[in-house]
Design a protein around this ligand. Structure first.
Ligand code: FES
Ligand code: FES
Length: 165
């Protein structure tokens, strides 16, 4: 099958590759770019383990063709940490509040939470639950994931307030 050249920015760095029109974004990320943080849990757009951030939106990368990401800006879990290498507040929240057990859903969950807090920096518990409704976790019962996102919202809110003072 003929291949198409794609060029995009992933975690702040320009990348390119040759892909078949049918290549899914998740396969391009994992197999060609070696970014194995986004997981494949279902391949049917149900579980959210493959969630990445594309042009400011959470997308399930098993339902997007790599060619559709051409020219885009993409963030995966590998690009979520702070520039100085310290954990992002959401990652810290998952650690502090025990927001994971097996960890399989965690990259997608954190990447989704990253966008959720940009869309709504002070979400209510209900808004958090609604915001992560597309991401399934088979282990935690969600309670501590919600607490982890609340932790991050508080921390990011406090940092913003401090910067404004
Ligand atoms: S692998 Fe994409 S939603 Fe499950
Ligand atoms: S921590 Fe195991 S699937 Fe979420």
């Amino acid at each position: 099958m003929s291949k198409t050249h794609v060029k995009l920015k992933v975690n702040g760095k320009p990348v390119e590759g040759m892909v078949e029109p049918r290549t899914l974004l998740i396969h391009f990320l994992r197999e060609q770019l070696g970014l194995t943080g986004p997981h494949i849990g279902c391949d049917t757009s149900h579980c959210g383990a493959c969630t990445v951030d594309l042009d400011g939106k959470s997308v399930k990368s098993c339902t997007v063709f790599a060619v559709q990401a051409d020219g885009g800006e993409l963030i995966t879990i590998e690009g979520i940490a702070n520039a100085d290498g310290t954990l992002h507040a959401i990652q810290e929240g998952f650690r502090e509040m025990h927001g994971l057990q097996c960890g399989f859903c965690t990259p997608g969950m954190i990447t989704r939470a990253y966008r959720l807090l940009k869309e709504n920096p002070r979400p209510t518990e209900e808004e958090i639950r609604f915001g992560i409704a597309g991401n399934l976790c088979r282990c935690t019962g969600y309670q501590n994931i919600v607490k982890a996102i609340q932790y991050a919202a508080d921390k990011l809110g406090a940092a913003k307030k401090e910067a404004a003072e």
